[in-house]
Ligand binder design. Structure first.
Ligand code: PLP
Length: 410
Protein backbone atom coordinates (compact mmCIF):
# COMPACT_ATOMS: atom_id res chain seq x y z
CA UNK A 1 0.00 0.00 0.00
CA UNK A 2 1.28 3.47 -0.77
CA UNK A 3 1.69 5.56 2.29
CA UNK A 4 3.35 8.60 0.77
CA UNK A 5 1.14 11.41 -0.38
CA UNK A 6 2.54 13.49 -3.17
CA UNK A 7 0.02 16.26 -3.40
CA UNK A 8 -1.87 18.67 -1.25
CA UNK A 9 -5.30 17.21 -1.91
CA UNK A 10 -4.76 14.25 0.35
CA UNK A 11 -3.30 16.04 3.33
CA UNK A 12 -5.13 14.74 6.41
CA UNK A 13 -6.13 11.66 4.49
CA UNK A 14 -7.86 8.94 6.46
CA UNK A 15 -5.89 5.81 7.31
CA UNK A 16 -5.57 3.56 4.30
CA UNK A 17 -6.48 6.28 1.87
CA UNK A 18 -5.02 5.71 -1.56
CA UNK A 19 -4.78 9.05 -3.36
CA UNK A 20 -5.27 7.48 -6.72
CA UNK A 21 -8.51 5.68 -6.00
CA UNK A 22 -9.92 7.90 -3.27
CA UNK A 23 -13.05 9.93 -3.64
CA UNK A 24 -13.38 13.67 -3.81
CA UNK A 25 -14.88 13.82 -0.33
CA UNK A 26 -11.35 13.66 1.09
CA UNK A 27 -10.06 16.49 -1.02
CA UNK A 28 -10.23 20.25 -1.19
CA UNK A 29 -12.45 19.68 -4.19
CA UNK A 30 -15.18 18.70 -1.76
CA UNK A 31 -18.24 20.84 -2.08
CA UNK A 32 -17.68 21.66 -5.73
CA UNK A 33 -20.16 19.46 -7.57
CA UNK A 34 -18.39 19.80 -10.89
CA UNK A 35 -15.32 18.24 -9.30
CA UNK A 36 -16.95 15.17 -7.84
CA UNK A 37 -15.59 12.87 -10.54
CA UNK A 38 -11.98 13.67 -9.70
CA UNK A 39 -10.11 11.61 -7.15
CA UNK A 40 -6.83 13.44 -7.42
CA UNK A 41 -5.08 16.47 -8.78
CA UNK A 42 -4.39 15.83 -12.44
CA UNK A 43 -0.92 16.84 -13.55
CA UNK A 44 -0.86 19.26 -16.42
CA UNK A 45 2.84 19.88 -16.02
CA UNK A 46 5.72 19.44 -18.44
CA UNK A 47 6.88 16.57 -16.26
CA UNK A 48 6.11 14.68 -14.25
CA UNK A 49 3.01 14.11 -16.33
CA UNK A 50 -0.25 12.40 -15.54
CA UNK A 51 0.23 8.62 -15.50
CA UNK A 52 -2.61 6.26 -16.38
CA UNK A 53 -4.05 4.09 -13.62
CA UNK A 54 -3.08 0.91 -15.45
CA UNK A 55 0.55 1.99 -15.56
CA UNK A 56 0.57 2.92 -11.88
CA UNK A 57 -0.92 -0.46 -11.07
CA UNK A 58 1.72 -2.29 -13.08
CA UNK A 59 4.25 -1.18 -10.47
CA UNK A 60 2.51 -3.13 -7.74
CA UNK A 61 3.07 -6.57 -9.30
CA UNK A 62 4.95 -8.99 -7.06
CA UNK A 63 8.64 -8.24 -7.06
CA UNK A 64 11.14 -10.44 -8.87
CA UNK A 65 14.85 -10.84 -8.24
CA UNK A 66 17.03 -9.15 -10.81
CA UNK A 67 19.42 -12.11 -11.12
CA UNK A 68 16.67 -14.42 -12.33
CA UNK A 69 15.39 -15.75 -15.63
CA UNK A 70 12.17 -13.80 -15.08
CA UNK A 71 14.09 -10.55 -14.98
CA UNK A 72 16.21 -11.43 -18.02
CA UNK A 73 12.97 -12.05 -19.91
CA UNK A 74 11.55 -8.71 -18.81
CA UNK A 75 14.78 -6.92 -19.72
CA UNK A 76 15.01 -8.52 -23.17
CA UNK A 77 11.33 -7.84 -23.90
CA UNK A 78 11.64 -4.21 -22.90
CA UNK A 79 14.94 -3.81 -24.77
CA UNK A 80 13.32 -4.82 -28.05
CA UNK A 81 10.48 -2.34 -27.57
CA UNK A 82 12.78 0.50 -26.56
CA UNK A 83 14.93 0.02 -29.63
CA UNK A 84 11.82 0.39 -31.77
CA UNK A 85 10.88 3.54 -29.88
CA UNK A 86 14.33 5.10 -30.43
CA UNK A 87 14.50 3.87 -34.03
CA UNK A 88 17.86 2.29 -33.22
CA UNK A 89 19.38 -1.10 -33.80
CA UNK A 90 22.12 -0.61 -31.21
CA UNK A 91 21.18 -0.85 -27.55
CA UNK A 92 19.21 1.06 -24.95
CA UNK A 93 20.74 1.46 -21.50
CA UNK A 94 18.21 1.34 -18.67
CA UNK A 95 19.24 3.50 -15.74
CA UNK A 96 17.92 3.68 -12.21
CA UNK A 97 18.09 7.45 -12.17
CA UNK A 98 16.44 10.44 -13.70
CA UNK A 99 17.71 11.83 -16.99
CA UNK A 100 20.35 14.06 -15.35
CA UNK A 101 22.36 10.96 -14.43
CA UNK A 102 22.66 10.07 -18.10
CA UNK A 103 23.80 13.62 -18.88
CA UNK A 104 26.74 12.87 -16.63
CA UNK A 105 27.20 9.37 -18.07
CA UNK A 106 27.32 10.67 -21.64
CA UNK A 107 29.93 13.28 -20.76
CA UNK A 108 32.11 11.01 -18.65
CA UNK A 109 32.04 8.17 -21.19
CA UNK A 110 32.28 10.33 -24.29
CA UNK A 111 34.59 13.28 -23.68
CA UNK A 112 38.32 12.96 -23.01
CA UNK A 113 39.79 15.34 -20.43
CA UNK A 114 42.28 16.85 -22.83
CA UNK A 115 39.68 17.43 -25.57
CA UNK A 116 36.64 19.70 -25.70
CA UNK A 117 32.88 19.34 -25.79
CA UNK A 118 30.57 21.74 -27.61
CA UNK A 119 27.24 22.47 -25.94
CA UNK A 120 24.37 24.12 -27.79
CA UNK A 121 22.74 26.26 -25.11
CA UNK A 122 19.62 28.42 -25.13
CA UNK A 123 17.37 27.45 -22.25
CA UNK A 124 17.47 26.19 -18.68
CA UNK A 125 18.16 22.55 -19.47
CA UNK A 126 20.75 22.94 -22.22
CA UNK A 127 22.61 25.37 -19.95
CA UNK A 128 22.44 22.94 -17.06
CA UNK A 129 23.88 20.11 -19.17
CA UNK A 130 26.86 22.36 -19.97
CA UNK A 131 27.22 22.95 -16.21
CA UNK A 132 27.30 19.19 -15.71
CA UNK A 133 30.19 18.92 -18.16
CA UNK A 134 32.05 21.70 -16.33
CA UNK A 135 31.33 20.04 -12.99
CA UNK A 136 33.00 16.92 -14.39
CA UNK A 137 36.11 18.93 -15.24
CA UNK A 138 35.57 18.92 -19.01
CA UNK A 139 36.60 21.75 -21.31
CA UNK A 140 33.39 23.28 -22.56
CA UNK A 141 32.64 25.58 -25.48
CA UNK A 142 29.12 26.77 -26.05
CA UNK A 143 27.02 28.14 -28.86
CA UNK A 144 24.57 30.27 -26.94
CA UNK A 145 21.37 31.46 -28.57
CA UNK A 146 18.77 33.70 -26.98
CA UNK A 147 16.14 31.81 -25.05
CA UNK A 148 13.30 31.00 -27.41
CA UNK A 149 15.59 30.64 -30.43
CA UNK A 150 16.72 27.41 -32.05
CA UNK A 151 20.21 26.32 -33.06
CA UNK A 152 20.90 25.72 -36.71
CA UNK A 153 23.10 23.24 -38.55
CA UNK A 154 25.04 26.19 -40.00
CA UNK A 155 26.04 27.46 -36.55
CA UNK A 156 27.29 24.01 -35.63
CA UNK A 157 29.13 23.47 -38.93
CA UNK A 158 30.91 26.79 -38.47
CA UNK A 159 32.01 25.94 -34.93
CA UNK A 160 33.25 22.51 -36.00
CA UNK A 161 35.27 24.05 -38.81
CA UNK A 162 37.01 26.34 -36.34
CA UNK A 163 37.83 23.83 -33.62
CA UNK A 164 37.66 20.11 -32.97
CA UNK A 165 35.45 18.51 -30.36
CA UNK A 166 34.99 15.06 -28.90
CA UNK A 167 31.24 15.59 -28.81
CA UNK A 168 28.45 18.01 -29.62
CA UNK A 169 25.63 18.10 -27.06
CA UNK A 170 22.21 19.31 -28.16
CA UNK A 171 18.84 19.38 -26.46
CA UNK A 172 16.16 18.07 -28.78
CA UNK A 173 13.25 19.76 -27.05
CA UNK A 174 14.14 22.59 -24.65
CA UNK A 175 11.41 22.21 -22.07
CA UNK A 176 11.87 25.68 -20.58
CA UNK A 177 11.37 27.59 -23.82
CA UNK A 178 9.29 25.16 -25.89
CA UNK A 179 11.85 25.11 -28.71
CA UNK A 180 12.57 21.97 -30.74
CA UNK A 181 16.01 22.02 -32.32
CA UNK A 182 16.54 20.68 -35.87
CA UNK A 183 18.36 17.59 -34.68
CA UNK A 184 18.45 15.81 -38.01
CA UNK A 185 20.16 18.73 -39.75
CA UNK A 186 22.54 19.31 -36.83
CA UNK A 187 23.39 15.60 -36.92
CA UNK A 188 24.34 15.88 -40.58
CA UNK A 189 26.72 18.71 -39.74
CA UNK A 190 28.26 16.81 -36.81
CA UNK A 191 28.62 13.60 -38.82
CA UNK A 192 30.91 15.41 -41.29
CA UNK A 193 33.55 15.17 -38.55
CA UNK A 194 34.35 11.55 -37.95
CA UNK A 195 35.91 12.01 -34.49
CA UNK A 196 33.04 14.06 -33.15
CA UNK A 197 30.17 12.22 -31.46
CA UNK A 198 26.63 13.57 -31.34
CA UNK A 199 24.81 13.47 -27.99
CA UNK A 200 21.16 14.43 -27.77
CA UNK A 201 19.00 15.08 -24.73
CA UNK A 202 15.53 14.07 -25.81
CA UNK A 203 14.09 14.13 -22.30
CA UNK A 204 10.92 15.96 -23.34
CA UNK A 205 11.00 15.02 -27.02
CA UNK A 206 11.17 11.23 -26.95
CA UNK A 207 7.86 9.60 -27.86
CA UNK A 208 6.21 12.97 -28.39
CA UNK A 209 8.00 14.30 -31.44
CA UNK A 210 9.99 12.83 -34.29
CA UNK A 211 13.34 11.30 -33.38
CA UNK A 212 15.21 8.68 -35.44
CA UNK A 213 18.41 7.86 -33.66
CA UNK A 214 20.22 5.76 -36.27
CA UNK A 215 19.03 7.66 -39.34
CA UNK A 216 19.97 10.99 -37.77
CA UNK A 217 23.49 9.89 -36.78
CA UNK A 218 22.97 10.25 -33.04
CA UNK A 219 25.50 8.49 -30.80
CA UNK A 220 23.72 8.95 -27.50
CA UNK A 221 20.05 9.85 -27.18
CA UNK A 222 19.06 10.07 -23.54
CA UNK A 223 15.66 10.52 -21.97
CA UNK A 224 13.72 10.43 -18.72
CA UNK A 225 10.50 8.58 -18.07
CA UNK A 226 8.25 11.32 -16.73
CA UNK A 227 7.60 13.31 -19.91
CA UNK A 228 6.04 12.06 -23.15
CA UNK A 229 6.77 8.45 -22.16
CA UNK A 230 4.11 9.03 -19.47
CA UNK A 231 5.70 6.91 -16.77
CA UNK A 232 6.41 7.86 -13.18
CA UNK A 233 9.85 9.44 -12.61
CA UNK A 234 12.89 7.46 -11.54
CA UNK A 235 14.01 5.54 -14.60
CA UNK A 236 15.95 6.83 -17.59
CA UNK A 237 17.01 5.43 -20.93
CA UNK A 238 19.79 6.05 -23.43
CA UNK A 239 20.23 4.68 -26.92
CA UNK A 240 24.00 4.32 -27.30
CA UNK A 241 25.89 3.66 -30.54
CA UNK A 242 28.85 1.32 -31.05
CA UNK A 243 30.94 4.41 -31.80
CA UNK A 244 30.12 5.86 -28.39
CA UNK A 245 31.19 2.63 -26.69
CA UNK A 246 34.42 2.61 -28.68
CA UNK A 247 35.14 6.12 -27.43
CA UNK A 248 34.40 5.07 -23.84
CA UNK A 249 37.08 2.40 -24.12
CA UNK A 250 39.64 5.17 -24.60
CA UNK A 251 38.61 7.07 -21.47
CA UNK A 252 40.07 5.81 -18.19
CA UNK A 253 38.01 7.72 -15.60
CA UNK A 254 34.45 7.12 -16.61
CA UNK A 255 33.15 7.02 -13.05
CA UNK A 256 31.19 4.07 -11.69
CA UNK A 257 27.39 4.27 -11.72
CA UNK A 258 26.99 5.72 -15.19
CA UNK A 259 29.79 3.83 -16.90
CA UNK A 260 28.26 2.75 -20.19
CA UNK A 261 30.82 -0.04 -20.69
CA UNK A 262 29.78 -1.66 -17.42
CA UNK A 263 26.17 -1.23 -18.48
CA UNK A 264 26.89 -2.86 -21.81
CA UNK A 265 28.53 -5.87 -20.18
CA UNK A 266 25.39 -6.53 -18.15
CA UNK A 267 23.07 -5.60 -20.97
CA UNK A 268 24.52 -8.38 -23.10
CA UNK A 269 23.25 -10.75 -20.40
CA UNK A 270 19.89 -8.99 -20.23
CA UNK A 271 20.76 -7.54 -16.90
CA UNK A 272 21.95 -4.39 -15.15
CA UNK A 273 25.14 -3.88 -13.12
CA UNK A 274 23.28 -2.82 -9.97
CA UNK A 275 19.76 -3.34 -8.69
CA UNK A 276 17.41 -1.83 -11.27
CA UNK A 277 14.09 -0.03 -10.71
CA UNK A 278 12.12 -3.23 -11.31
CA UNK A 279 8.68 -1.78 -10.55
CA UNK A 280 9.27 1.00 -13.07
CA UNK A 281 10.43 -1.54 -15.62
CA UNK A 282 7.13 -3.42 -15.21
CA UNK A 283 5.38 -0.14 -15.90
CA UNK A 284 7.64 0.67 -18.87
CA UNK A 285 7.01 -2.75 -20.37
CA UNK A 286 3.26 -2.35 -20.51
CA UNK A 287 3.42 1.32 -21.41
CA UNK A 288 5.60 0.41 -24.39
CA UNK A 289 2.91 -2.09 -25.48
CA UNK A 290 0.33 0.70 -25.43
CA UNK A 291 2.68 3.04 -27.30
CA UNK A 292 3.49 0.50 -30.00
CA UNK A 293 -0.22 -0.28 -30.33
CA UNK A 294 -0.91 3.43 -30.85
CA UNK A 295 2.12 3.56 -33.19
CA UNK A 296 5.12 5.79 -32.45
CA UNK A 297 4.47 7.91 -35.52
CA UNK A 298 0.76 8.17 -34.69
CA UNK A 299 1.80 9.29 -31.21
CA UNK A 300 3.95 12.04 -32.74
CA UNK A 301 0.96 13.07 -34.87
CA UNK A 302 -1.32 13.21 -31.81
CA UNK A 303 1.16 15.49 -30.09
CA UNK A 304 1.37 17.70 -33.19
CA UNK A 305 -2.43 18.02 -33.32
CA UNK A 306 -2.53 19.03 -29.65
CA UNK A 307 0.20 21.57 -30.29
CA UNK A 308 -1.90 23.12 -33.07
CA UNK A 309 -4.97 23.35 -30.83
CA UNK A 310 -2.87 24.96 -28.09
CA UNK A 311 -1.35 27.54 -30.44
CA UNK A 312 -4.78 28.42 -31.76
CA UNK A 313 -6.14 28.85 -28.25
CA UNK A 314 -3.22 31.03 -27.12
CA UNK A 315 -3.21 33.30 -30.17
CA UNK A 316 -6.99 33.72 -30.21
CA UNK A 317 -6.85 34.87 -26.57
CA UNK A 318 -4.19 37.48 -27.29
CA UNK A 319 -1.20 35.61 -25.89
CA UNK A 320 2.08 35.16 -27.76
CA UNK A 321 4.14 32.07 -28.47
CA UNK A 322 7.58 32.31 -26.92
CA UNK A 323 9.44 29.93 -29.22
CA UNK A 324 10.72 30.98 -32.61
CA UNK A 325 8.31 30.17 -35.46
CA UNK A 326 9.25 26.98 -37.25
CA UNK A 327 10.80 25.42 -34.13
CA UNK A 328 7.82 25.23 -31.80
CA UNK A 329 7.63 22.10 -29.75
CA UNK A 330 5.06 19.37 -30.28
CA UNK A 331 5.14 18.45 -26.59
CA UNK A 332 5.07 21.76 -24.72
CA UNK A 333 3.98 25.26 -25.66
CA UNK A 334 5.63 28.11 -23.79
CA UNK A 335 3.04 30.87 -23.84
CA UNK A 336 4.25 34.49 -23.66
CA UNK A 337 2.17 36.18 -21.00
CA UNK A 338 1.50 39.22 -23.15
CA UNK A 339 -1.80 39.80 -21.31
CA UNK A 340 0.03 40.06 -18.00
CA UNK A 341 -2.19 37.57 -16.23
CA UNK A 342 -1.39 36.62 -12.67
CA UNK A 343 -0.01 33.11 -13.23
CA UNK A 344 -0.17 32.29 -9.51
CA UNK A 345 -3.87 33.14 -9.51
CA UNK A 346 -4.34 31.14 -12.70
CA UNK A 347 -2.64 28.09 -11.21
CA UNK A 348 -4.63 28.41 -7.97
CA UNK A 349 -7.90 28.66 -9.90
CA UNK A 350 -7.06 25.65 -12.04
CA UNK A 351 -6.10 23.62 -9.01
CA UNK A 352 -9.00 24.53 -6.77
CA UNK A 353 -11.78 24.81 -9.32
CA UNK A 354 -10.73 22.36 -12.01
CA UNK A 355 -8.42 19.89 -10.29
CA UNK A 356 -5.38 20.48 -12.48
CA UNK A 357 -1.80 21.18 -11.41
CA UNK A 358 -0.51 23.83 -13.80
CA UNK A 359 2.86 25.22 -14.76
CA UNK A 360 3.82 28.86 -14.10
CA UNK A 361 6.87 29.13 -16.37
CA UNK A 362 10.43 28.05 -15.72
CA UNK A 363 13.63 29.72 -14.60
CA UNK A 364 14.24 33.29 -15.60
CA UNK A 365 11.07 33.45 -17.73
CA UNK A 366 8.73 32.25 -14.99
CA UNK A 367 5.61 34.42 -14.91
CA UNK A 368 6.56 36.21 -18.11
CA UNK A 369 5.61 32.89 -19.65
CA UNK A 370 3.69 29.82 -18.59
CA UNK A 371 3.82 26.43 -20.21
CA UNK A 372 1.01 24.36 -21.57
CA UNK A 373 2.26 20.82 -21.91
CA UNK A 374 0.59 18.46 -24.34
CA UNK A 375 2.64 15.38 -23.84
CA UNK A 376 2.33 11.77 -22.88
CA UNK A 377 -1.08 10.16 -22.75
CA UNK A 378 -2.92 13.48 -22.69
CA UNK A 379 -5.84 13.38 -25.08
CA UNK A 380 -7.33 16.21 -27.08
CA UNK A 381 -10.39 15.97 -24.80
CA UNK A 382 -8.24 16.53 -21.69
CA UNK A 383 -6.42 19.39 -23.35
CA UNK A 384 -9.76 21.01 -24.28
CA UNK A 385 -10.91 20.63 -20.70
CA UNK A 386 -7.81 22.47 -19.49
CA UNK A 387 -8.23 25.22 -22.07
CA UNK A 388 -11.89 25.58 -21.08
CA UNK A 389 -10.78 25.96 -17.48
CA UNK A 390 -8.31 28.65 -18.50
CA UNK A 391 -11.10 30.44 -20.36
CA UNK A 392 -13.18 30.42 -17.19
CA UNK A 393 -10.24 31.94 -15.32
CA UNK A 394 -9.74 34.61 -17.98
CA UNK A 395 -13.46 35.47 -17.88
CA UNK A 396 -13.27 36.34 -14.17
CA UNK A 397 -13.20 40.00 -13.23
CA UNK A 398 -9.60 41.03 -12.44
CA UNK A 399 -8.81 40.79 -8.73
CA UNK A 400 -8.46 44.11 -6.90
CA UNK A 401 -4.97 45.63 -6.69
CA UNK A 402 -3.19 44.59 -3.48
CA UNK A 403 -3.36 47.05 -0.61
CA UNK A 404 -0.14 48.97 0.17
CA UNK A 405 0.25 46.82 3.28
CA UNK A 406 0.15 43.64 1.18
CA UNK A 407 2.61 45.08 -1.30
CA UNK A 408 5.07 45.53 1.53
CA UNK A 409 4.69 41.83 2.14
CA UNK A 410 3.20 42.15 5.63
C1 PLP B 1 15.10 18.92 -21.59
C2 PLP B 1 15.40 18.38 -20.24
N1 PLP B 1 16.58 17.81 -20.03
C3 PLP B 1 16.91 17.29 -18.83
C4 PLP B 1 16.05 17.35 -17.78
C5 PLP B 1 16.44 16.77 -16.47
O1 PLP B 1 15.83 15.52 -16.39
P1 PLP B 1 15.56 14.80 -15.02
O2 PLP B 1 14.75 15.74 -14.19
O3 PLP B 1 14.84 13.55 -15.43
O4 PLP B 1 16.88 14.53 -14.40
C6 PLP B 1 14.80 17.94 -17.94
C7 PLP B 1 13.85 18.02 -16.83
O5 PLP B 1 12.80 18.59 -16.90
C8 PLP B 1 14.47 18.45 -19.21
O6 PLP B 1 13.29 19.01 -19.43
Amino acid sequence: MRSACSFALCVNRPRGYNPFVGTAKHSRLEGNPSMSQFSHKRLFLPGPVEVRREILDAQTAWMIGHRTADFAELFARLQGKLKRAFFSDSRVIVSGSSGSGLWEGAIRCGVRDERKVLHLTGGAFSERWADVSRANGKRVDIIQVDWGRAHTAEMVAEALDKSSYDAVCAVHNETSTGVTNPIQAIGEAVNQHKDTLFFVDTVSGFLGTELRVDDWGIDIALTSSQKAFALPPGIAFAAVSDRALERAKRIPNRGYYFDFLTQEKSLLKNNTPSTPPIALMFAADIQMDAILAEGVEARWARHRAMREATHEWALERGFGLYAQAGYRSDTVTTVSNTRGIDVDAMAAFMENERGFAMDKGYGKIKGATFRLPHMGDVTMAMLREVLKGLDAFLAQPPSPAPSPKMREGE
